[in-house]
Every structure is written in structure tokens, then in C-alpha cells.
Design a protein around this ligand. Structure first.
Ligand code: F6P
Length: 553
């Protein structure tokens, strides 16, 4: 299958979309069965797509499309370890990272779960030592601060989860402060180092390739800072660095002690790696038991994805509603709107997961696609976004598909009853805003009774008809967050399967890395004539302007 656009269901969906263009969500929403027909739940996770511009017939056609694209067999290939990353000739086995300890998964005759469990055991030992305050720096003081140096998948996933689960600190462990540094310009590191004591600081050099310039530069600066402050290079690197990578060779060459190296494998994509040793900051934050809960939640969703019929399969349905919007209703923007401050970094995390995976324009066979693929995706905490960009959602010219995400319970753990009640009132208010906004986006002015609305001027009109999906979980726990993340990972996979693209490579970012190095050389050489010869007029103009200003300062 190379072009889904030649399939019978694709044509039928195009015809269906013409009908949908003439229908407003306001009218579709009157059907009393709508919520029952267009929502599904699994293990405390509710997926409500009844505010999508979808009728039961649309759903039937979308499921037909999935079948014609042989989705079930593609899911089996993913989970079974087939080399589905065809441009890099390897499987994409992030799901193996969350298998139960006793499970087996043979890939080319080898049980990959043995290596996974061994890595988890080593991680557990390092975590236990740090949490017990037994890890000492070169001066003999216990480590109090851990700085994760990483970028992309080696930063966004752990950062997002650590922030979301900050309240799940295990009791009776030494207080460890976690920090994240990613930017190549050094601004985050410079600020962070000002506040840290080198004697009690440990760095995690977190990079699958162990050669990403952003992380390498930050790690080299951290190394020099430690040496300036503490001296004794070999011991300093040994006691103040952990390495996490798929390359033991590169970790050793850089100076990471063998016993402080954690590995994962080339069959784990960077943006799918938080379940591996890349998740070390998460384990430090919520304890190894909490980390295993996160893995267990993701595994539960994997089992659901593998075994449930497509029509009741949450990631499949989330993906198909996206396909409907993007490819048939021409809605090419997607907003991610969590109504819980703990999910602050979830939209950032998803931008990499979705756009680096599916921002592709060639099929697996190398042909140009003739249909849209990944939408432009962005997001922000919903309540804050209401005061920033919801104006565009309500009255702008752009159609946007929105995902609303919220937990139902919050703040039960607060002991003081008055304070607890206050916070729970706040959460109720947040939920009310979440439901009010999706309703308003769907209905427009019709959400308000006629008498109250009065005669609205044109600039006061809300057109409605903006589609949205609501995802509710009972509460935000490591297990439930694991489910939520896996849900989106599989959504991305399903959309890639329909579009016949490879979601597991990222060739589009490689060239940028190479030419950045050549550009840095030009800035170093300071040869204006050579710059004019080697670069286009626009870029050589910028480079030469920089050199002139630098000389003057
Ligand atoms: O931006 C490209 C990329 O390769 C991402 O896919 C990856 O998550 C990030 O860089 C970091 O890579 P590494 O973990 O190898 O440093």
C-alpha cells in the first residue's frame, strides 16, 4: 500500500466531508445518543470525541480506511519487533521497555527483555544510592542536586514527567533537587551553575548518540566548571557524572566511569525513550517503584492497543479523528490544552513526539505524499491559554482541532481541611472552564440562551463548529500518566500507518546540524571574503554584520 488516497474508503470519506461541510456541530450535537456513540473508556481513561464533526457513518468509514490500510497487521509488526523503521533498518521497540519483568520478546532470536530488565536493575541501584544520600562527591559530601543535560527526547520526556509527578516524591529519601538544562547557548546552564554547589552536584549526561552538539557543549562546560572548582579531573568526572546513552564506547571515551554508565539501544527512538534509562531523573523524582508504575500504565495501554477491536481502541480512535480533520475537513492546526498545571510541559513534549515523528512528506517507498500529514501542533495550559490565544479559537479565521485534557480528582492528599476545600474549589473551577470552553467552541452563540445573548453585533458573534476531543483521567498518577503518554505514542503510529510514512526517523533535522557546524567555522575564521564566497548573500550579510559588531565591541 503506498497511497491511501487511492482507497475506496478515502473517496467515500471525501464525499462524506462534502456533506459535513454543510452541517454545524450545533445541529449534530442535538442527538441524544451522541455521547454514548462517540466516546470510549479504558482503565479510568475517557476519550470523548462527541464534539468532533463526526457522525456514526463517518466513524464507520474511518474504521474502513484503517482496515484498508492493514492497520492491525502494522500494529502487530510494531509490537512484535519487526524492522518497521525502514530507513534505518531497525525495529521501534519502546513498548519492550515497559514489558512486565517476566515477559519475553524475541527479536532475531534474542529476548530483548533480558537486557531491558538488566538496565532497570542497574538504574535501580544508582537511584537507591542517590536517594539514600550515599552517593558522595569528591569532597565526601552527599549529592543534593542532579542536573540533567540533554535535548529533545533526552530532555522533554523526563522534564514533562518530573514536573507532572513532582507531588509523588517517595517518603524517607534524601531530598534531591532536579534541574534540566538543554539549550546550546548556555543560558540555562549559566543561571543554574550560579546557584549550585559543585561539591554536591551530579550531572546526568543524557544523549542517545552521545554526540549531539547541544548536550556535548553543556557537558563540557559543566566538566570545566567542576574542574575549576574542585580540581582532580579523573575523580571529579567519575564522581560527578552519570552517562545515559546507546553508545558505551562514546561514554567511555568522554570519561564516564563504567559503573556510572546506563545504556539503552538503537531500537529506542529519542522521542520514545523516557521509558528507558533516559527516564533516570523520573526515577530519582518519584522513586523506582513510581517509575515502574509509569511503565505499568504504559504497558496496560499497549495491551489495549494490541488486543482491542479498532472500533473500541482509544489510540486508533484518537488518530482517526485527527485524520478526518486533517485530510478531509482541511483542519491543519492542533491545540493541546491541559487543565492541570502539572501537565505544563505536556504540549511541549507532544510537539516533538508528533511533529518530529510525522512531519514527513515522502512515503515509506520514497514517493512524494499527495495529502497532508502532521498538523501544526502547539499548546499551553488551558486556563492560561484562555487569556492568550482562545480569542483566535473562538473568532479567528483558522479552524483548529483541540484536545482538552484533565484529571477529575485533585488535592485529596491535603491534610488541612479548609485549605483542601479551597484547592478543590479551584480544581472544580478549572474543570468547569474546560467543559465550558469545549462546549462554546462546538456551539458558538447557541451555547448561551437567546434572551441572555440579546442582539449581538457582528464582532460579538461566536461561530462555533470548532472540533475538540476531551480526555479525562480519574486522577493524575504515575500509572495514569503512563497510559496517557502511550495513548499519544500509539496515536502517532496509527496516523503514520494511514499516511504510509515512517514515524521513527528524523532526517529533516540532520542537515541543519551539519551546516550549523560549517557556519560556526565561518564565524571562527572571521574571513569576510571566504564567507561571501561560501554563503548565500542573505546569510553572508548576517555573518559579516556579526563580525563587524563583534570587532567594534
Ligand atoms: O533533534 C534530533 C534529535 O536526534 C532527536 O530526535 C533527539 O531526541 C535529540 O536530537 C537528542 O538526541 P540525543 O539523545 O542523541 O542527544
Amino acid at each position: 500500500m503506498s497511497r491511501p488516497s487511492t482507497l475506496a474508503s478515502w473517496y467515500a470519506l471525501q464525499q462524506e466531508a462534502k456533506q459535513t461541510d454543510n452541517r454545524h456541530l450545533r445541529d449534530m450535537s442535538n442527538d441524544k445518543q451522541r455521547f454514548t456513540q462517540l466516546s470510549r473508556s479504558f482503565n479510568g481513561l475517557l476519550l470523548d470525541f462527541s464534539k468532533q464533526r463526526i457522525e456514526p457513518l463517518t466513524l464507520q468509514l474511518l474504521l474502513q480506511l484503517a482496515e484498508e490500510c492493514q492497520l492491525t497487521s502494522k500494529i502487530n509488526d510494531l509490537l512484535g519487533g519487526q524492522p518497521i523503521n525502514n530507513s534505518e533498518l531497525r525495529p521501534a521497540l519502546h513498548t519492550a521497555l515497559r514489558l512486565p519483568a517476566k515477559a519475553k520478546l524475541f527479536v532475531e532470536g534474542e529476548d530483548v527483555n533480558l537486557a531491558v530488565q538488566a538496565s532497570l536493575t542497574k538504574m535501580q541501584q544508582l537511584v537507591a544510592k542517590l536517594q539514600a544520600g550515599q552517593w558522595r562527591g569528591v569532597t565526601g559530601l552527599p549529592i543534593t542536586d542532579v542536573v540533567n543535560l540533554g535535548v529533545g527526547g533526552s530532555d522533554l520526556g523526563p522534564l514533562m514527567v518530573c514536573h507532572a509527578l513532582a507531588g509523588f516524591k517517595p517518603e524517607q529519601t534524601a531530598p534531591l533537587n532536579l534541574h534540566f538544562v538543554s539549550t546550546i547557548d548556555g543560558s540555562q546552564l549559566a543561571e543554574r551553575l550560579k546557584k549550585l554547589n559543585p561539591a554536591t552536584t551530579l550531572f546526568i549526561f543524557s544523549s542517545k548518540s552521545f554526540s549531539t552538539i547541544d548536550t556535548l557543549t553543556n557537558a563540557n562546560t559543566a566538566r570545566h566548571w567542576l574542574i575549576d572548582k574542585l580540581g582532580k579531573e579523573t575523580l571529579v568526572i567519575k564522581q560527578h557524572f552519570i552517562g545515559v546513552s546507546a553508545s558505551t564506547k562514546k561514554m567511555t571515551e568522554w570519561g564516564i566511569a563504567k559503573e556510572h554508565q546506563l545504556i539503552f539501544w538503537d531500537w529506542v527512538g529519542g522521542r520514545y525513550s523516557l521509558w528507558s534509562a533516559i527516564g533516570l531523573p523520573i526515577a530519582l523524582q518519584i522513586g523506582m517503584d513510581g517509575f515502574r508504575e509509569l511503565l505499568a500504565g504504559a504497558h496496560a495501554l499497549d495491551v489495549h492497543f494490541a488486543n482491542n477491536p479498532l472500533a473500541n481502541n482509544l489510540p486508533v480512535l484518537l488518530a482517526l479523528t485527527g485524520i478526518w480533520n486533517i485530510n478531509f475537513l482541511n483542519i491543519r492546526a492542533q491545540a493541546i490544552l491541559p487543565y492541570d498545571g502539572r501537565l505544563k510541559y505536556f504540549p511541549d513534549y507532544l510537539t516533538q513526539l508528533e511533529m518530529e515523528s510525522n512531519g514527513k512528506s515522502t512515503t515509506r517507498e520514497g514517493e512524494a505524499v499527495e495529502y497532508a500529514t502532521c498538523p501544526v501542533l502547539w499548546g499551553e495550559l488551558g486556563p492560561n491559554a484562555q487569556h492568550a490565544f482562545y480569542q483566535l479559537l473562538h473568532q479567528g479565521t483558522e479552524a483548529v482541532n483541540c484536545d482538552f485534557i484533565a484529571p477529575i480528582h485533585r488535592y485529596d492528599e491535603i491534610k488541612d481541611s479548609e485549605t483542601r476545600r479551597q484547592f478543590q474549589d479551584q480544581h472544580r473551577l478549572s474543570l468547569a472552564n474546560c467543559f465550558a470552553q469545549s462546549r462554546l467552541l462546538m456551539l458558538g452563540d447557541a451555547a448561551v440562551p437567546k434572551s441572555a445573548a440579546g442582539e449581538a453585533m457582528p464582532h460579538m458573534l461566536y461561530r462555533g463548529n470548532q472540533p475538540s476531543t476531551t480526555l479525562l483521567m480519574n486522577e493524575l498518577t504515575p500509572y495514569n500518566l503512563g497510559q496517557l503518554i502511550a495513548l499519544y505514542e500509539h496515536k502517532v503510529f496509527v496516523q503514520a500507518a494511514i499516511w504510509n510514512i515512517n514515524p521513527f526517523d528524523q532526517w529533516g533535522v540532520e542537515l541543519g546540524k551539519k551546516i550549523a557546524l560549517a557556519t560556526e567555522q565561518a564565524l571562527l575564521a572571521k574571513d569576510k571574503q571566504a564567507i561571501a564566497l561560501a554563503f548565500d548573500p542573505s546569510t553572508s550579510g548576517l555573518l559579516n554584520h556579526c563580525l563587524t559588531v563583534q570587532k567594534k565591541l
